[in-house]
Design a protein around this ligand. Sequence first.
Ligand code: UD1
Ligand code: CA
Length: 471
Amino acid sequence: MEHVPGPVPAKPYTRWYMGDGPQAVILAAGQGKRMRSAVPKVLHLLGGRPLILYAVDAVRVATGSAPVVVIAPGETEVRDLLGEGATCVEQATPLGTGDAVRSVPAALRSSGPVLILVGDAPLIRPETLERLLLAHTSSARACTLLTGAPADPSGLGRVIRDEDGHVARIVEEGDFAPGEALPLECNGGIYVFDGAQLWPTLDRLTTSNAQGEYYLTDVVERLAGPVEAVVAPDPDEFIFVNDRRQLAAAEAALRRRTLDALMLSGVTIDDPATTYVDSQVVVGPDSVIHPMTTLRGGTTLGSGCEIGPMAVLHDVRAGDRVTVAEAVLDDCELGDGVRIGPYCRVRPNSVLATGVELGTHAEVKNSTIGAGTRISHFSSVLDSDVGTAVNIGAGTVTCNYDGEAKYRTTIGDRVFVGTNATLVAPLTIGDGAYVGAGSFVDHDVPPGALAVGRSRQQNIEGWAARRPARA
Ligand code: UD1
Ligand code: CA
């Protein structure tokens, strides 16, 4: 799984669009203990993509440049995933968020505005980061941070303001005295610092707090100059993924966003509550998604398609006016007007050209199927190249495997395969040929020929009268 960074959209209305934007640092080295997982927290999937990609993409869109991502030592999977999209630096030991920022080497420390994000805030919008950056540069400040008052603030740092309304400091929940009233305003873990003050202040942090860690939040009260807050415009931006309940909450919020965007772009979704669409899926206008349908990965559908109910599509590239009933499709290409009936399965590396029809209970794997071909029902077409306007009768199987190796079946244009044929690969059936129903075919069939591979029917006259009487 590699994250190929998309083109960064030019933002001519911000001053950072030329690619020399403010520095951004994303903290992704924590152990993620609360996930109780062998997988690093930032690699858990959200909307079909690793969590960390959401913060990285938001930064790239907002600033026009690639962030520095702080990772745990030896996390090659995260490094490989981010590729050119980020500069990874390692935090030797997870000693806290302040220590994570301190792991950025001197050569990468900017003295201008430094945008810092926790890596577990996947619903942060690029527009919010832009607002934060603009607010920070609108007056002389030491820091501008994102705050909010979420319905469930448990576990979040709280914002303490002074009499003038400036942010005085941030106190972690566990560091309040028992019984002390907690402010409602919470820290979103997303800040713009003045780099000239940030880096030297990090070296003055101590671990005298409830968790015995170097808190980035402790930098705030040590800064010279005002610290201001920007309130998050969308409460979903305050969904942080610390455990799997929060992962599910983030998934639900992201799904709502994805479905809303699809509906606003002209897609009908009968029942958003039971429709599961990954964040990168594309659906053309006037398509209809029926209930209990799942669209995963890099699925792209054209316009006027009708999918479901109960279809599951993963990495499907489909043209216009494609219909898919209750079927399971994985890594395949469907031309315009393809129709897939209920209980079909299309497996990876299959290309169904324009107007192909699969009836019911048909399976296609690693095959190319020519335009207008019909594979009506109960057939298994595996490792095959099938021409145009072919009819595959019910119950036909291409036998692709002899227990050791797999072989291909090639079927020409306008071939008619009768019901219940057994086609033993390697096999070639020429253009316009016929295969008789019930045939076993293990020799090539020339173009235009009729292949009949079955024992001839015999009728035994009067047999019933002569058979011994039944008990
Ligand atoms: C942090 C903030 C809290 C804020 C909340 C918002 C601190 C001390 N607290 O708390 O005020 O309300 O985020 O979500 O900053 N990380 C490292 N190295 C470490 C520790 C953490 O890279 O040594 C990374 C984690 O991978 C994570 C991020 O920093 O992405 C935040 O760490 P986490 O432990 O989740 O902090 P919170 O307790 O949520
Ligand atoms: Ca967190």
